[in-house]
Design a protein around this ligand. Sequence first.
Ligand code: 1BO
Length: 309
Amino acid sequence: MGKIPTVKFNNGREYPAFGLGTWKSQPGEVAQAVKDAIDIGYRQIDCAWIYGNEKEVGEALKAKFSDGTVKREDLYITSKLWNTFHRPDLVSKALKETLNNLGLEYLDLYLIHWPMAYKEEAESFPRREDGTVIFSDVDYVDSWKEMEKLQQQGLIKSIGLSNFNKRQIERVLAIAKVKPVNLQVECHPYLNQSKLIEFCKSKDIIVTAYSPLGSGDAKLLDDPKLKELATKYKKTPAQIILRYQIDRGNIVIPKSVTKSRLQQNFEIFDFSLTKEDVAYIDTFDCNGRILLLNAGYGHQHHPFQNDEF
Ligand code: 1BO
């Protein structure tokens, strides 16, 4: 079994190019999944306040520190600032809640989860009686300035963005004293994000692919062209898709709570795809975005409303 490759952020820090996604992992199952993943060799865990399971992730981390499997400095923990905490005076409070949930003194990477701010200090999706979400007009560039301060205070090693489009990243870069190191977006063969990745490379920003295996309804995993590639490399379609991201220079964070699948997803460091096969998989793109975040429709900062990438 090969070693997990790393990427280098624009601040000089190395980050594992592979980690465990925890979005949609239920509180009753995520702790065991994190423990199993660390035992298998995973060293990056991707979290977010909105996933509602950070406390259980924290319990698993504590157990793995206590039994001596890993030390804090062996792990790379990411989390994300939710939309109801964008207002500058709430950013530090939100980070501290996440640190408290996870039982950590610092995060390795903290991202603004979405460019849209929602009404502050209410429920996570504050809604009117008609069901529409109540927005806030806080501008994410002001939240970014607070992220920079938290990094200076040593509470975060690196800062970045998630679900931002090119124009929104440019707006952050225009005011940034600290450049974002990372952009986390939905990315898989049916939504390969090539233009956005090319743009990020030109700005020295590493892309993380979330939902790398698609929607989980097996549509992508059953693709006959991927099955052919899997046969050629003696791997599974899932392993081909995960390796595809690593061979493009991206970080990939597949989610699973099943030990055998955690193990299978990890077995991708003993081979690589040829350039031709990466280019071939690029041709599968069909603008197949799964997560549109309809709850943010109509917001001035919703990232996917126009033809922008
Ligand atoms: C609402 C969660 C999106 C993926 O991080």
